[in-house]
Design a protein around this ligand. Sequence first.
Ligand SMILES: C[S@@+](CC[C@H](N)C(=O)[O-])C[C@H]1O[C@@H](n2cnc3c(N)ncnc32)[C@H](O)[C@@H]1O
Length: 415
Amino acid sequence: MSASEQGPKIKYGETAPKLDKAQLQFMKLIEQQNLDRVQKLKRTRRNNLLTAGALGVSVLAIYGYSIFSVQQEKFLDDFDEPKKMSQATARILSSGVRLPPLPTIRDLVKLYKLQAMKQLSQNFLMDERLTDKIVKSAGRIDPRDIVLEVGPGPGGITRSILRRQPQRLILVEKDARFTETLQLLRECASPLQMQVDIYHEDILRFNIEKHVPDTAQRLHLIGNLPFSISTRLLINWYEDLAARRGAFRRNDTCMTLTFQKEVAERICAQLGSEQRCRLSVMSQIWTQPLLKFIIPGKAFVPKPQVDVGVVKVMPLKQPKTQLPFALVERVVRHIFSMRQKYCRRGFGTLLPPDGREEITHNLFQLADVQDTLRPFELSVAECLRLADVYAEHVAAHPEVACYDYRAPRQERNQD
Ligand SMILES: C[S@@+](CC[C@H](N)C(=O)[O-])C[C@H]1O[C@@H](n2cnc3c(N)ncnc32)[C@H](O)[C@@H]1O
């Protein structure tokens, strides 16, 4: 122990009374006891510090683990695209307008007794973080843009869209029970200079050109689609896209839509993938589809049997073909009609039986496509080359255009 730790030495002045031996021994004893006490206190202090350190490390470990676990729930993560975006875009995306205080969607559903109807494929999203994430997937929404939402239901996604402040929001909902909840949102949006138009219509019959006659503004199509119509609606929109009509008079109309997870994966499936099918090829002829993220079924009320994929479908600036949609659709449908067979088998069913094999062989040669590939092994370009040679064949033999190999034989002969 150093001198400073022992405390000041007592100086016995000249005037100090002399202590006898017993007193001196007693003082030494007291001094020794004090020193022992200081040592003991120091040990206790060191032990306390060690315990505090160990506790701190444990708390940090638990905290870190919790953060890590929460991150596992990928569906609730912040959309990871902003990392790739410019700072300006990220700023615009994160700056949403504040809506007046509103009851939660869950409360509204209870309040208005909005029981989900199975026949309209109603599965509601209650979590604001998820609805925000879907709308963020649509990318930048400019203040001049128009958004059309398919099937807003009680209005979860609608709120997220309104926070992005488009100039106009068109809501197409088949179920009139949602009128009041949607009107409530319209009233909230009005002071913020947003126009909300509510249509109780079937989206499959909705005339977009009538409701958006002008093409000056960019259009976004967003929706948590009812499963029952999602593929049909998408194919209808591809047809409009190919003809540059409806929502696709401009080539920057972007679709951000939900599908059953397996359908979402098929839409985006690349060559060689197990999920590659007719829908993959049809999608990739006119658009670039991107699977953004998966929402587990448990996030919906009521919970569907399946998970859901959010797909952003962007029209290609240069479509890969100028052929009519109906012709391409027919060729691709026939090619994929016999998925596990050589592709020439399905393609051959486009042609009447007389000379079918020889004509099929010649057309594959002309198209420079190997006829023993399976349909899912064909690239988009190869499918389109087959569509090209088929179109030329039909131009030379117009009767082939209406050949239907499924029609009863007698009917076919009359044709
Ligand atoms: C899966 S729910 C989504 C509801 C809401 N957007 C949400 O995310 O919570 C599908 C919605 O589409 C509506 N719907 C179903 N078929 C429709 C159709 N043909 N046209 C327009 N809306 C339809 C349903 O009534 C329902 O509100």
